[in-house]
Design a protein around this ligand. Sequence first.
Ligand code: 13P
Length: 242
Amino acid sequence: MIAGNWKMNASISSTGEWLAAMADTAVAGRDVLVCPPFPYLGQFQEAVAAGRLLLGAQNCALEESGAFTGEVSAAMVRDLGCEYVILGHSERRALFGETDELVLAKMRRALACGLKVILCVGETLEQRQSGAAESVVAAQLQLALEQLSDDDWCQLVVAYEPVWAIGTGETATPEQAQSMHAFIRGQLAARSEQIAEQTRVLYGGSVNSATAAELFSQQDIDGGLVGGASLDAEHFLKICTA
Ligand code: 13P
């Protein structure tokens, strides 16, 4: 799976151009997912209906519906054709105070609405330098491992995104990434071998067309979650075929 997270970027016209550039390019054998900002989700309906792309949202509300000004519900993004939602992104954790408990509650809401979830985990530079990277990632996975059912886990993708590699141009080396992915696989296996085998674990953090192939060839890396480089359709396509 190659997923593009546009974050708070794009416009109606740039989205139209991106879709036009992707229009007659089928990427065989991989799931290509794009997660644009909420206002542009509707522009993807044709591409989604034609089976060219999967669509995801970057967030969803905890609550089901009602007086929550400014929020967008899981049911709404499902209604707009989203199959996935990204939850637990480090930007939401750091800038919007999202805790593991909140992320779990949002996951439950999203799953109840028929969405699949990309659960993001990853350590900061400080945590890595102090030798805490694995324990931080284990803690971010813990609630989902303890509290979600096997059926729920069939709907989950894990994305390992070291915070120090996001938007910095500093990709984790394939060895660093593989090592953490193997650790994550082990955490999943401690819950269930089947979950460990079936769950896709994506790498994210400054993925580009030059680094993608080597990262994706690592044993426990099942694809990528791509930020900046996914905004440019040509660049994104190169990553999708890497
Ligand atoms: P960049 O690819 O821009 O580093 O972003 C990664 C990311 O946060 C994707 O969710």
